[in-house]
Ligand binder design. Structure first.
Ligand SMILES: [Ca+2]
Ligand SMILES: [Ca+2]
Ligand SMILES: [Ca+2]
Length: 149
């Protein structure tokens, strides 16, 4: 899995808005406002994101619920772009659905973030700083491009 994809998944997971990423100082995940995202904050954000996406409240994300949490295709996207996005999102879903149950549980959704957190935490201090996050924006842009944006 490329860093661009991991960054995007994490960023989406953290509830950040990709379109305004470069303008935003930090995502809403920084709940204690110390300018960095700790692992606990990332996990909490991931839990919150899961709860938002779990429309029918059954504790599992089906592919449609998961899809709703991913960046949508731009309005002027071609049919091919939209088909490509669908493929990419479906690949992410299958990667996160570790037990191949066809549903993403909260644990699977949360666990999916952990390795990405480690990769974005470039200096390994257990927090993603504003600088580390900013450096990931470039990767997010590339992942966005992969979605046809
Ligand atoms: Ca559900
Ligand atoms: Ca599963
Ligand atoms: Ca760090």
């Amino acid at each position: 899995m490329s860093l661009s994809r991991t960054a995007l998944v994490l960023f989406v997971a953290l509830g950040g808005c990709v379109a305004t990423a470069s303008a935003a100082p930090l995502t809403s995940a920084d709940t204690n406002g110390d300018g960095a995202i700790s692992r606990d904050e990332a996990m909490q954000a991931q839990n919150d994101s899961f709860d938002r996406l779990d429309n029918d409240g059954n504790g599992q994300l089906d592919p449609d619920e998961f899809d709703a949490g991913q960046p949508s295709a731009p309005e002027d996207a071609s049919k091919a772009d939209i088909a490509r996005r669908k493929q990419v999102v479906s690949r992410w879903f299958n990667q996160i659905d570790a037990d191949d149950s066809g549903q993403v549980s909260k644990a699977e959704y949360r666990d999916a973030v952990s390795p990405y957190f480690d990769r974005l935490d470039a200096n390994h201090d257990g927090k993603i700083s504003q600088t580390e996050l900013r450096e990931s924006f470039q990767e997010v842009d590339e992942a966005q491009a992969e979605l046809g944006g």
